[in-house]
Design a protein around this ligand. Structure first.
Ligand SMILES: *Cc1c(COP(=O)(O)O)cnc(C)c1O
Length: 360
């Protein structure tokens, strides 16, 4: 059995080079006589692994010195609570609702203070990004929150919102390391790594230092205080050690490829192949307005549920896995993250062309 093309939204494909290297080091990591899975997180060897991972990430994303990089647990979903707990000094925050993940974050923040939904694309099933050039930002908002790439609906912000001077917080789970990013525009960027960076179980948060304070909401658990994690170099307790090690390998893989500029170029070529096909197809149709299309998640439909189901089934039999759309959207979704090779997308498009000829 060879490897198949896995279009899952997450956990998703990892680079073969990374998996191969991890396999080679499985029983004996660099002469330590043990696997990284078995290693103390307080050991010198592990310190080397986590420090190098951070260094490589800082290089890749050009992270300024006044930002901390934290390796956390609890999934992106736990940050929905950690963000308000750490940042809501005035107990007010503005949320832009562009899909289910933004909505969940908004609902979670509402537990801790006044969360305002200042814009939404719910009126058209989240198929676009609202105009964010002049939003009614609250005077006393502690931050403005976005989900930068909407994994389920396949939209992405092409310009960041005008926050009128307020701190921007972004969930970048599904666009992490897919293209260059100007970290200085954000107060916090965070993401679960299982979409584009590594195995499930690690969340990376990049946080401007002035936002890391003792002044958190009453009742904030020690573990959820950014200060606890920052003061301890992400080693307050046992971190997701093996996951961080794999993330480190993915950082090296991207560096070897030429960094985020090169990654973006590859991702654009892959996405264009699929979108160009969708734009001329008589059977398949992309669901998102062109200007806001994601490079990572590409939802599409035939307009006929039975035909959608037939497509997903036949694609799977042809080695094109996990193309079923999110349960709330239906249709299909191809997630084409960094590790999806060009040939994977090419094979998908060829298969779609054949399916179209047979079923139109
Ligand atoms: C997958 C995803 C989440 C949820 O991540 P968990 O790690 O499962 O909590 C949140 N936000 C976005 C944008 C996602 O794609």
């Amino acid at each position: 059995m060879g490897r198949i093309y896995n279009f899952s939204a997450g956990p998703a494909m990892l680079p073969v080079e990374v998996l191969t290297e991890a396999a080679e080091e499985m029983l004996d990591y660099k002469g330590s006589g043990m696997s990284v899975m078995e290693m103390s997180h307080r050991s010198k060897t592990y310190a080397g692994i986590i420090q190098e991972a951070e260094k490589d990430l800082r290089e890749l994303m050009n992270i300024p010195d006044n930002y901390k990089v934290l390796f956390l647990q609890g999934g992106a979903s736990q940050q929905f609570a950690a963000v308000p707990m750490n940042l809501m000094k005035n107990k007010v925050a503005d949320y832009i609702i562009t899909g289910q993940w933004a909505k969940k974050a908004y609902q979670e923040a509402s537990i801790y203070g006044k969360a305002n939904a200042i814009a939404s694309s719910a009126d058209k099933t989240f198929t676009y990004i609202p105009d964010c050039s002049d939003l009614p930002i609250s005077d006393d908002a502690d931050y403005v929150y976005i989900c930068e790439n909407n994994t389920i609906y396949g939209t992405k912000y092409k310009t960041l919102p005008n926050t009128k001077g307020k701190t921007l917080v972004a969930d970048i789970s599904s666009c992490f390391l897919s293209e260059p990013v100007d970290v200085t525009k954000y107060g916090i960027l965070y993401g679960g790594v299982q979409k584009n960076v590594g195995p499930a179980g690690v969340v990376i948060a990049i946080i401007r230092e002035d936002l890391i304070t003792e002044d958190t909401l009453p009742g904030t658990p020690t573990m959820l205080k950014y200060k606890t994690q920052a003061d301890n170099g992400s080693l307050y307790n046992t971190p997701p050690a093996y996951g961080i090690y794999i993330c480190g390998k993915v950082f090296k893989w991207i560096k070897n490829m030429g960094g985020l500029e090169a990654m973006k170029e590859k991702n654009e070529i892959k996405a264009k192949l699929l979108y160009d096909f969708l734009d001329q197809s008589k059977l398949f149709k992309g669901t998102v307005v062109k200007e806001d299309r994601s490079l990572m998640n590409v939802p599409f439909v035939t307009g006929n549920e039975e035909l959608d189901a037939k497509f997903v089934k036949e694609a799977k039999a042809a080695g094109l896995d996990s193309l079923k759309g999110h349960r709330t959207v239906g249709g299909m979704r191809a997630s084409i993250y960094n590790a999806m090779p060009y040939d994977g997308v090419k094979t998908l498009v060829d298969f779609m062309r054949k399916f179209e000829a047979e079923n139109l």
